[in-house]
Each structure stands twice: as C-alpha cells, then as structure tokens.
Design a protein around this ligand. Structure first.
Ligand code: SF4
Length: 406
C-alpha cells in the first residue's frame, strides 16, 4: 500500500479569506474573559449598568452563533455595532491552506497577523472525525523550544507563543469551516460524526508545549469550556505535555482538564534522547506528578502517549517496564505508530511488534488502543505538524511525498 500526496487534488485547497496579514490594528475580542470583555466595552463608552447585558449578548454572538462580523449581531444597536467595529475585531485567522485527507482528516494552515515588530506567523490545526466524536488538535505555540527527536515540529525553532485569541480562533474557525455553528452548512462530502457536535473534543497536542504558554492556554480553555458559549466539557479537553513537571499540579487545579503525557520511553537514558526535557524532569519526578494529579480517578485517567519506534522503544521488555512504571496510576496508553517525516532517523515499528506490545500492556489491565494513523497523506498525523513556510524553506516538500509513501 502506498499513500502519496497529491497537492493538486481537493486535498489541497487554497482558501483565501481574510486580508493577507495586516498589522494588528485593533484588539481582538476573541479569547477575552467575560470580565475583560466588560472592561473592553466600558473603554468605548458602554454604560456600567449595561455591561453585564452587553457582555452576555456578545458572548452569545461570538461563541454560540459564531458570527464573524459585528454587523450580524442583530440585537445590538447599530451605533454600538459601529463603535465596536471601529475599536475591535473578531476576525478569524487567514486560512492559507486547507487539506483534506482521504480518511476525512482536515488540516488547516492558519496565518495570524504580525504582533509588534514581529512577522505574521503560521501554525497548523488538525480535525480528526471518528464515529461519535470529532477531535480538534490545537496548537499552542509557533514552533517549539523542545526538541523531541521523533517530532517534526521539534525541528522548527520557537517563534512565539499564541495568544488566547489565536488559540480560541483555531477552534472557532474549524467549527466555522465544518458548519458546526447554527445556520452554517457542513461542506458537501465532508466526513464528520453522524450525530452530536462536529467538534466534540479538543486536544492541546498540536504545535508547541502548552505548559510553556500556560497563562494563554488557561485563558483560552476557560473560554472554550464556558457553558454559555463554546461549551466544551473539561472532560473533553485534553492537554498534552512533554513533562513540564512543576506545572502539572497547577494544570489540574486551575484548568481541570484531562492530562496526557508524551512519554515514549520507560528509562531515563532513552527518554533523555527522545524527549530531552526529561534531563530536567526525569521519569521519577514525572510519575510522582502524575500520581498526584488533581481529580485523578478511574473515570479521569491520564493518557500516556507512546510512539512506536522500530528497534528503539518497542521491545516486550519495554512493554513490561511500561506496565511497572504506571502501576497504581489510573491510565490509558495510546500506542502511536510512528509517522515519518523528511529527514527523520526513525522508522515505525513492525505492525506485528506493535500488536505484541499492545497485547502485553492490555493483559496487564491497561486499555491501550493502537492509534490508527490518521491524515498521513496530508502530513497531519501525530508529530508531523510544521508550518508550511518552514517546510518550503527547508525544501523538503518533495521529500514529504517519499516520507508518507508506506
Ligand atoms: S512533541 Fe511537543 S513538546 Fe516535543 S518537540 Fe514536538 S511539539 Fe514540542
């Protein structure tokens, strides 16, 4: 079987939308807390006694109805709509490219305007439709400071953290493109869950280490989980970390979201190579932080991500050690067949070996699904995200085709 990337098919559909990356002239209202939204309205003259009502109206238009223009806010007076549009924006990121995999996975390349003296930045966001759920994989940083050696994003230097408006903007724009707001149509032929919300789950597993952008991620997820707006249950939001141990307790206490650990190795010696932050926060500290994660229970398990690398971490001895390591932690283990990218030195484990590994872990009582590779033909699978300009800069677009041929 081989999957090849055809950049001329509907898999690659340039989508011009917002004007190309103008300097940020107006403050975005997306991603503000209710309190900040109230302060923003007060700053343009909305009377104090109207603030609560106006915040409620705007919140509804922004997050329940998903409007992208102040003019669509029918129950807001014309004068106020005009004032709002003079001072603020609710613009979506520019969609530079939308790619659709043969399996229905969608990947968007989003561009956000320059901030200050910086340049416009690009990130990727991925939608994975499955039976009964639609998961959006959201980025938290442009590039990454960490250099996990199996991860393509890790080869792109950190440009900057994403703002709450830019994190929330990914969710809203994906929902908009999928027709997941009232009065919006789902594109013909789109593969989406047959019932329920089209974006039912969010995973902070895209580009970047979310706990290195803690405040902005926390603020964005507070907006995403607000019950009168985007209304994503915190149990359907998962934050994945490479193991920033000091921030893990705080994440549970303050965000209350589900936790995933990018584990990938069961000895410090190997994890120091695969996930170099391990040198700073070794396995013993990481496991201790997991054991005491606030709210941990059999109903709220930690997911441990484990990428299967041929001859590196996929032996049955590794599987046994994994079971020993996680003893006593309510856990799920996601086994991820390695998704190759241009220039990587790693290969995916043989399928038989992945199954033997999974059987051993399952027999020990851990649910350990083998994650079916999704979106490989559009380079959207786990660990493959990277901004397009970075790919083009490195001239590895052609190598990309070779890498996804399996
Ligand atoms: S796995 Fe996550 S933390 Fe590690 S380099 Fe990739 S994006 Fe960064």
């Amino acid at each position: 079987m081989s999957a090849t990337l055809d950049l001329t098919t509907p898999a690659s559909r340039p989508r011009p939308s917002a004007p190309a990356s103008p300097a940020l002239a107006q403050r975005s209202l997306l991603g503000l807390s209710r309190e900040e939204l109230g302060e923003a309205l007060a700053s343009v003259g909305v009377p104090q006694k109207q603030l609560r009502m106006r915040v409620g109206q705007l919140w509804h238009w922004l997050y329940v109805r998903g409007v992208s223009d102040f003019s669509q806010m029918a129950n807001v007076s014309r004068d106020l709509r005009q004032t709002l549009s003079q001072h603020f924006e609710i613009r979506r990121p520019e969609i530079v490219e939308e790619q659709i995999s043969v399996d229905g996975t969608r990947k968007w390349l989003f561009r956000f305007p320059a901030r200050g003296a910086g340049r416009p930045v690009e990130i990727e966001t991925v939608y994975i439709p499955e039976e009964g759920r639609g998961t959006l994989c959201v980025s938290s940083q442009v590039g990454c400071t960490l250099t996990c050696t199996f991860c393509h994003t890790g080869t792109q230097r950190l440009v900057r953290n994403l703002e709450p408006s830019e994190i929330v903007g990914q969710i809203i724009t994906a929902r908009e493109r999928l027709g997941d707001f009232p009065a919006a149509d789902t594109p013909a032929g789109a593969i989406v869950p047959s019932e329920g919300r089209l974006v039912s789950n969010v995973v902070m597993m895209g580009m970047g280490e979310p706990l290195y952008n803690y405040d902005n991620v926390k603020r964005a997820l507070a907006v995403a989980s607000d019950g009168d707006g985007l209304s994503l249950s915190r149990r359907r939001i998962t934050l994945s970390t490479s193991g920033v141990v000091p921030m893990i307790p705080k994440t549970g206490e303050e965000m209350g979201v589900m936790l995933a650990i990018s584990l990938h190795a069961v000895t410090d010696e190997l994890r120091d190579v695969l996930v170099p932050i391990n040198k700073k926060y070794p396995l013993e500290e990481l496991m201790a932080a997991c054991r005491s994660y606030p709210g941990l229970s059999n109903a709220r398990r930690i997911t441990f991500e484990y990428v299967m690398l041929k001859g590196v971490n996929d032996s049955l001895a590794d599987a046994r050690e994994l079971v020993r390591l996680l003893k006593g932690i309510p856990a799920k283990i996601n086994l991820i067949p390695f998704n190759p990218w241009p220039g990587t030195a790693y290969e995916c484990s043989d399928w038989d070996q992945i199954e033997r590994f999974a059987d051993l872990v399952n027999d020990a009582g851990y649910a350990s699904p083998i994650r079916t590779p999704r979106g490989r033909d559009i380079f959207a699978a786990c660990g493959q995200l990277k901004s397009e300009s970075e790919r083009m800069k490195k001239g590895d677009r052609l190598a990309l085709e070779a890498a996804v041929a399996v």
